[in-house]
Design a protein around this ligand. Structure first.
Ligand code: SF4
Length: 278
C-alpha cells in the first residue's frame, strides 16, 4: 500500500480576525506563537525541498485569516510559482480561507493542484466554535474550489465537544462534496484557548478514522494534527483503520512527529510512498 505524505508551510501566521475557538492564530486569544504577514519566498522553497527529501508528495501553502484579498492572492501565487519552479514534483495545495471562483482559478493558474478548506465540524455545532463567519460560507468555498477546477481537500477537527450526531452530520456534508482528500485533526486543548474539551482516547480516534473511510470510500483519508498526542504509540494503527495519508513534520503552530521516525516506521510496515496522486 502507498501512503501519501503531505507537509505544511505556514506562510502567513497569526493575527486572524476570526474567533475559531480551536485556533491559536485567532486574534481573540493570547498566544506565544510566531506572527508574520509573509514568509520569505526563499524560506518557503527551502521548506519545500526538505518536504521533498522527506518523501512528501503534497506541500500546502497556508495563510491565516478569513480569506483571500488581492495582496494575499498575489503572494500565494508568487510562492506557488516559485516552489513549482524549484521543486516541480511536489503537488501544491493552498489553504487560504474563503475564496471566490475567480480567485481560485488564479491559484490554479499559478500551479495549485488542490484547495484545502475544512468544514471543521457539523453545520449544527459550528456556531458554538465560531461566531465571526458561517459554516455555510465554508461549504460555499469548497463548491467554489470545485467550480474552479481544483481538487478538493476538506475535512475537520474532532474532539471539540461535538456529539456523535455532529460527527455523522459532518460526514454527510463531506459526502456531498466528495473531496479528493479529507484531513482528520484531533483537537488538543491549550491553556490559551477558551475551548476546553477532554482529549479523545485512542480507540475513539481510530473509530473516527474508520467511520470516515466508510462514509468516503473514494477519498484519501489523511490524519493531520493531534496524531501523536491522541494516538501516541498507537499512531501507526491509523492505516489499518482506513487512513492512507498523513501530514509529516510540524503543524501550523505545534510540533509534529520527526519525519525520519515516520519514514522508518512506515517502511518497517511495508508501505511505500506515493509519488503521484492517482
Ligand atoms: S479563520 Fe483560520 S486562522 Fe483564523 S481563527 Fe479560524 S482557523 Fe484560525
Amino acid at each position: 500500500m502507498q501512503i501519501m505524505l503531505c507537509a505544511i508551510s505556514n506562510i502567513a501566521s497569526g493575527n486572524c480576525s476570526e474567533d475559531c475557538k480551536y485556533c491559536t492564530q485567532s486574534a481573540y486569544v493570547k498566544t506565544d506563537i510566531q506572527k508574520y504577514r509573509r514568509k520569505e519566498i526563499s524560506q518557503i522553497i527551502l521548506e519545500a525541498k526538505i518536504a521533498k527529501k522527506n518523501e512528501a508528495l503534497g506541500f500546502c501553502l497556508v495563510t491565516a485569516g478569513l480569506g483571500l484579498d488581492d495582496e494575499k492572492l498575489e503572494y500565494v501565487c508568487e510562492a506557488a510559482m516559485a516552489v513549482k519552479k524549484e521543486v516541480p514534483d511536489l503537488l501544491l495545495i493552498a489553504c487560504n480561507g474563503m475564496a471566490s471562483v475567480e480567485q481560485l482559478k488564479e491559484l490554479k493558474k499559478a500551479g495549485i493542484f488542490s484547495y484545502n478548506h475544512n468544514l471543521e465540524t457539523s453545520k449544527e455545532f459550528f456556531p458554538q466554535i465560531c461566531t465571526t463567519h458561517t459554516w455555510e460560507s465554508r461549504f460555499q468555498t469548497n463548491l467554489n474550489a470545485k467550480e474552479a477546477g481544483l481538487m478538493l481537500c476538506c475535512g475537520g477537527i474532532y474532539g471539540m465537544g461535538e456529539s456523535f450526531e455532529d460527527r455523522i452530520s459532518l460526514r454527510k456534508s463531506l459526502q456531498e462534496l466528495q473531496p479528493f482528500s479529507s484531513p482528520i485533526n484531533f483537537f488538543i486543548a491549550n491553556d490559551n484557548l477558551n475551548l476546553k474539551a477532554p482529549k479523545l482516547d485512542a480507540d475513539e480516534a481510530l473509530k473516527i478514522i474508520s467511520d470516515t473511510k466508510e462514509a468516503l470510500p473514494q477519498t484519501v483519508i489523511m490524519v493531520a494534527g493531534g496524531r501523536e498526542i491522541v494516538l501516541g504509540e498507537r499512531q501507526y494503527e491509523i492505516f489499518k483503520a482506513g487512513a492512507s495519508a498523513i501530514v509529516i513534520g510540524d503543524y501550523l503552530t505545534t510540533k509534529g512527529e520527526e519525519p525520519s521516525r515516520d519514514i522508518v516506521e512506515l517502511k518497517k510496515m511495508g508501505f511505500t510512498f506515493a509519488s503521484q496522486c492517482h
